[in-house]
Design a binder for this molecule. Structure first.
Ligand code: DX5
Ligand code: ZN
Length: 214
C-alpha cells in the first residue's frame, strides 16, 4: 500500500533530520497538513515550511489543506512543487472549478471528505480527480482514534470509483496503526497517511516499511 507519513507528528525542532529519515525510508509520499484556525480549530504550519521541506524532500508532497477557500492557494502550492493538492469538499463552493484549476496548475487534484460528508457528494466529480482522501478522524489534530464507520465508507467509495471507471486512488487519514491499516487495506484503500504511528515510533523506518508492505 502507498504510505504517506504526516509531518504534523514530526519533531519541528529537527525537521532536517525528519525529512532525511523520510528520504531514506520506503515512504511513497510526504503528507503535509496545512490548517488555518477557521476550517479546523487548530493552526499547524504554512507555506514557508512547505517551501523549506520541498527543497530537501525527495518524495512527492501530498499537501492536505484544512483551510477555508483552498482555491486561493493553487498557484502558491504549484510554485512550491506540490504533487497532490488535497482540498476539502466542505471548504470550497465550486469544487469542479477548483479541481480543474489544480490540474491546470500542474498538480494532481484530490478531494477530501470529513467523516460526516457522504461519498455520494463525489458522484459528479469522481472521474475528474486523481485521489479521494477520506478523513477517518475529524480534521485538525494528530493522535486521534480511528472512526470505525470509515471502513464502510471506503467500500462505498470503492464501488463508486469502480462503477464510474475513475482511476482515483483512495487515501485514508487519521488514527492509522497496524490494526486499522490492515482493515482499510482489506476494504479497498490504496494509500494511508500515518502521523503518530510513524514519527513517534521507536523505529520509524520499520513502521513505514510495514505499511508499505500491506
Ligand atoms: C489530521 C491530519 C492528519 C494527521 C494524522 O487533521 O489531517 O494528517 O497528521 O495524524 P495521526 O496519524 O496521528 O492520526
Ligand atoms: Zn492530513
Amino acid at each position: 500500500m502507498i504510505v504517506a507519513p504526516s509531518l504534523l507528528a514530526a519533531d519541528f525542532l529537527h525537521l532536517d533530520r525528519e525529512v532525511a529519515m523520510i528520504n531514506s525510508s520506503a515512504a511513497d509520499w510526504l503528507h503535509m497538513d496545512i490548517m488555518d484556525g477557521q476550517f479546523v480549530p487548530n493552526i499547524s504550519f504554512g507555506f514557508p515550511v512547505v517551501e523549506a521541506v520541498a527543497k530537501v524532500c525527495r518524495k512527492p508532497l501530498d499537501v492536505h489543506l484544512m483551510v477555508e477557500r483552498p482555491e486561493q492557494w493553487i498557484d502558491t502550492l504549484a510554485g512550491l512543487g506540490a504533487a497532490f493538492m488535497n482540498v476539502h469538499a466542505e471548504a470550497t463552493r465550486h469544487l469542479h472549478r477548483t479541481v480543474q484549476a489544480i490540474r491546470a496548475a500542474g498538480m494532481r487534484p484530490a478531494v477530501t471528505l470529513c467523516p460526516a460528508t457522504p461519498v455520494v457528494m463525489l458522484e459528479d466529480i469522481i472521474t475528474d480527480v486523481d485521489m479521494v482522501l477520506l478523513m477517518s478522524v475529524n480534521p485538525g489534530f494528530g493522535g486521534q482514534k480511528f472512526i470505525a464507520g470509515t471502513i464502510d465508507k471506503i467500500k462505498r467509495l470503492r464501488r463508486l470509483i469502480d462503477e464510474s471507471g475513475s482511476a482515483a486512488l483512495i487515501e485514508v487519514d487519521g488514527g492509522i496503526n497496524h490494526v486499522t491499516a490492515e482493515a482499510v487495506r482489506a476494504a479497498g484503500c490504496d494509500a494511508v497517511v500515518a502521523g503518530t504511528a510513524v514519527f513517534r515510533a521507536e523505529r520509524p523506518h520499520e513502521e513505514i516499511a510495514y505499511y508499505h508492505s500491506l
